[in-house]
Write a protein of this length. Sequence first.
Length: 95
Amino acid sequence: HGLTEDDVYKGFYFRKGTIIVANIWNMLHDPEVFPDPMVFNPERYDGDDSEMRKVVNLTFGFGRRSFPGLHLIGGTTFAIVATMLARCDIVPAKD
């Protein structure tokens, strides 16, 4: 998929048909959004921060081209875990 018309972004000229690939790694490591982006800190996604909720699923894509099964996966995973917890006896390991 490419640009449908010529465009200029931050002084850079892009011809019609140019393919643009989003750098998701860079988006997820922006220090203005994620303090200490190179530190493993899953707690940064906890809480009521609406901005963080927007980026939790960024790795599945965004816009028209996002992964269509994202919502299906969430519901399916919940159903599988709920069924396992309801049907299985979870006990400590025996020697």
